[in-house]
Design a protein around this ligand. Structure first.
Ligand SMILES: [Zn+2]
Length: 132
């Protein structure tokens, strides 16, 4: 049975979250810069007809997928920081039980304990799982 977190733990995980947040913001900034500089302008100017313009769009979308993933993680981190401020950090949002400490060390923005994380992923259509 996991124990509730102390004030020192809150400070520890708060720092981890803010470090990760800073790193992600940097990644998003770099991806945006790369997207502006490279694929679209190059491909679009080499082949300005309709078909290749949509190829350029695909490249841009791939880059946006990276940015979107980072932005989603940033969103989760902000929520986790909010839970630290509210004193509810480290508690599963579905059952209210404490989340394992080692799980929080590995994923400080975790919203659920192991069981409910799995349920959540299954309900969302199990990203990354075989569909056939
Ligand atoms: Zn739970």
């Amino acid at each position: 049975m996991a124990t509730r977190l102390s004030a020192a733990d809150f400070a520890h995980f708060g720092k981890k979250l803010r470090d990760r947040e800073a790193q992600l913001r940097e990644e998003v900034r770099e991806s945006r810069e790369r997207a502006r500089r490279e694929p679209f302008s190059r491909l679009a100017s080499e082949a300005p007809d309709q078909e290749d313009a949509s190829l350029a769009q695909v490249v841009v979308d791939l880059n946006s997928a990276d940015i979107e993933r980072d932005l989603n993680e940033l969103h989760d981190i902000e929520e986790a920081l909010g839970r630290i401020a509210a004193g509810t950090y480290g508690i599963c949002l579905r059952c209210g039980e404490p989340i394992d400490r080692e799980r929080l060390e590995a994923a400080p923005a975790a919203k659920y304990d192991r069981l409910h994380q799995e349920l959540e992923e299954r309900e969302r259509g199990g990203r990354g799982m075989p569909t056939l």
